[in-house]
Design a protein around this ligand. Structure first.
Ligand code: MG
Length: 423
């Protein structure tokens, strides 16, 4: 069995869903998904010659070959691993099909038949679609204001401390958050939700400093409390801060949130300083989560070993692949830390993540970030029923990934000036 082709396609959704297809002859292929990044498909194309002619069943050796092939471009982490992660996942799909077993069986078998999903929720209409540099763009499926499209920007393209916020004239109210939370729980049946907490408030003073006024913290706690009260005691709720605050401000916020019993508070401070994060984590009983910027097990070592985080949130389309995700989970488990994998993927990447989530003991909940994309479910074929049902994903039993890409839908939203596989 030999690899004969490596192809990419990009679907323009709320993010650029970037797919890798690996062929082993005419009859056998595997599909993987990468986390969006500038120049991503070019990296996959540059790595492809390292794979052609190789035996796809040697997944870990090929992963290592790609890793060392890119060593001069930064072996500890970075965009090259977004590419490698999609390639590695495609290899597992291919190998699973070749052996006739689902991916989770290749990762050690499963602890659970279905995987708990948490819904990433947004109030209002913001955050339709973001390009690879996290700048808002007109959603291909939505009617956007003509003047915004003509200007080439939507709402607020300005980057603050982290990526762009919603328009400063659009303030989410506690009532909006509570209504959305109730809708997601009542209509879709989720038992875990996440909302952004770093949203503009009328009290916002300065987006560059990473500081919070007492009034801002009060407004944030009011939003969080409204969600918690709306969903009742049987639904868990997390809140995300997107790396925005200084240690002292994050400590004050986390402290004020303590009575609410959050599932976690995510990325209250920037991600690259584990010692700073540890100061936040040790100061509060609010569980602190981070990890979507972490690459490889090495990228989590300091945080695990020093007690900097309560919950690890690696992104399996980015962190180094499905087997590396399993290794990170095992490493976390030696420190009694659970995983709540970050995921902004299409059904392809989300189901790949669900295979890992099924195969690790220390799993908490997997993210679903596709609520604002009307064709998210339509992109999946070959799955038995909806991919997400009642806030869970049934772990597929079919060989490989257990879901295929709906090529007609993918083609409809394919990004211009990008290859669409080998068409
Ligand atoms: Mg996050």
């Amino acid at each position: 069995m030999r690899i004969t082709g490596v192809h990419t396609a990009v679907v323009e959704a709320n993010y650029d869903w970037t797919f890798v297809r690996i062929d082993a002859g005419e009859e056998l292929s595997g599909l993987g998904e990468c986390f969006t990044a500038p120049g991503l498909t070019g990296i996959v194309r540059d790595l492809a010659p390292l794979l052609i002619g190789e035996d796809p069943r040697d997944v870990d050796r090929l992963w290592s070959k790609l890793r060392w092939g890119a060593s001069g471009a930064g072996s500890p982490g970075g965009i090259v691993y977004n590419a490698i992660s999609g390639i590695e996942a495609a290899l597992w799909d291919l190998v699973g099909k070749a052996y006739g077993v689902p991916i989770h069986r290749l990762l050690g078998g499963r602890f659970r038949d279905s995987v708990r999903i948490y819904a990433d929720c947004h109030a209002g209409e913001a955050l339709h679609s973001m390009d690879a540099t996290m700048v808002p763009r007109p959603a291909r499926w939505a009617q956007e204001p003509p003047e915004a499209i003509a200007a080439g920007t939507l709402r607020n393209p300005e980057h603050g401390r982290a990526y762009a916020k919603a328009a400063p004239d659009e303030f989410f109210t506690a009532e909006m958050y509570a209504a959305r939370a109730r809708q997601v729980v009542d209509e879709l049946g989720f038992s875990a939700l996440k909302f952004d907490l770093d949203v503009p408030t009328p009290y916002q003073q300065d987006t560059a400093s990473g500081t919070l006024t007492r009034a801002e913290i009060g407004a944030m706690v009011e939003l969080a409390a409204a969600v918690i009260e709306a969903v009742g005691p049987e639904v868990d709720v997390a809140f995300d801060c997107h790396w925005r605050y200084q240690v002292a401000d994050a400590q004050r916020l986390a402290h004020e949130l303590e009575p609410l019993g959050l599932l976690w508070l995510e990325d209250p401070v920037p991600p690259e300083n584990a010692a700073a994060l540890r100061r936040v984590t040790e100061s509060t009983t609010t569980p602190i989560a981070t990890g979507e910027n972490g690459y490889l097990r090495h990228g989590f070592r300091e945080a695990f070993e020093t007690g900097a985080i309560s919950i690890a949130a690696p992104d399996f389309q980015k962190t180094g692949g499905l087997l590396e995700a399993r290794r990170i989970a095992d490493f976390a488990d030696t420190h009694y830390i659970s995983l709540a994998p970050h995921c902004i993927a299409s059904p392809i990447g989300t189901v790949a993540s669900a295979h890992v989530a099924a195969a690790i003991p220390n799993f908490l909940a997997l993210e679903w970030h596709g609520m604002s994309v009307p064709f998210w479910e339509d992109l999946a074929v070959g799955f038995d029923g909806p991919v997400i049902s009642g806030g869970r994903i049934q772990v597929p039993e079919a060989p490989g990934l257990g879901v295929e890409l709906n090529l007609d839908v993918a083609r409809e939203y394919a990004r211009e000036n990008e290859p669409f596989f080998d068409e």
